[in-house]
Write a protein that binds this ligand. Structure first.
Ligand code: GUN
Length: 292
């Protein structure tokens, strides 16, 4: 098999950021204020801090205003709800996110429900998820939106293809499976959703024209599970200890890239595939919120 086309999320998200920055410039030139995103970070989880910092940095780079709301791990649910209410009512703010996971003593669902759907640029609120299911305009959450954008920008024909989505999480697998089956440009697929209880996973994945993997297990998808000529999109990201690296770790996806890539026409790498696209999605949603 010839070399696959690499779905380069890093370069694509860079391009999207350039395009958004242009739009911000022209908004500001017309006297409008720049889009404004706030991110709420509760506690001091290292990974969450890294993600939130990356989101804030991306905002600054393209001319958005950003606000980071840092709260103590010990904050009560009631106090956090008050912060959410304040952000809901802030007319100078277009959208905000509350980074998850939240500490155990806080009910994540309660917080999600308290976020105004108009400002829910994560697209986690049931109203926005409901709109997504109905095919109405809404905020599509970062990972599914980023994958749709990658498919679009690489002009991948999806109509009539068999798309297998691996994983049923509320923020990736479930919405992704719905979107890919919808009547839309990046859609019109016949969709199969597989998960940890699925029998004969390999038989199903082997029939996938498009395989979207969000199963959360390092290198779970091996070459024998993939059809020749498939398009493979890897959502997973895992830090694996590796003393041969200066950082002390290497990053792996849910797909065993080296052995799977030669079978594919297109594949997204880890890192540099879906990951950078999620931030671009959040910025696209915030711009959408600002234009409302
Ligand atoms: N934690 C991991 N990914 C996300 C995301 O997209 N949004 C929020 N709010 N928290 C996350």
């Amino acid at each position: 098999m010839s070399k696959p086309i690499i779905l380069d999320g890093k370069a694509t998200s860079k391009q999207i950021k350039i395009e958004i920055a242009e739009k911000v410039k022209s908004m500001v030139a017309k006297g409008k204020r720049a889009p404004h995103l706030a991110a709420v970070l509760v506690g001091d989880d290292g990974a969450s801090r890294t993600y939130v910092n990356a989101k804030v940095k991306a905002c600054e780079a393209i001319g958005f205003k950003s606000t980071l709301v840092e709260l103590e791990e010990s904050i009560t649910e009631e106090e956090l709800l008050k912060h959410v209410e304040k952000l809901n009512n802030d007319n100078e703010l277009d959208g905000f996110i509350v980074q998850v996971p939240l500490p155990d003593h806080i009910d994540e669902q309660k917080i999600t429900l308290a976020i105004s759907p108009q400002k829910d640029v994560d697209g986690f609120h049931p109203e926005n998820l409901g709109k997504l299911v109905l095919g109405l305009p809404t905020y599509i959450s970062a990972t599914p939106n980023g994958i749709l954008e990658l498919l679009k920008r690489y002009q991948i024909e999806t109509s009539g293809k068999h798309c297998v989505v691996m994983g049923r999480s509320h923020i990736v697998g479930a919405p992704m499976s719905i979107l890919m089956g919808q009547k839309r440009d990046q859609g019109n697929c016949t969709v199969t959703l597989v998960h940890s209880r699925t029998k004969n996973i390999k038989e199903i994945t082997k029939s996938a024209d498009i395989l979207i993997v969000a199963i959360g297990k390092p290198e779970f998808v091996t070459a024998d599970m993939v059809k020749e000529g498939a398009i493979v999109i890897d959502v997973g990201i895992h830090r694996i200890e590796d003393n041969s690296k200066k950082s002390g770790f290497r990053l792996l996806g849910d797909v065993a890239y080296e052995e799977v890539a030669p079978k594919c026409t297109h594949i997204s790498p880890v890192p540099g595939g879906v990951g950078p696209m999620t931030i671009a999605s959040l910025l696209m949603n915030t711009l959408q919120a600002a234009n409302k």
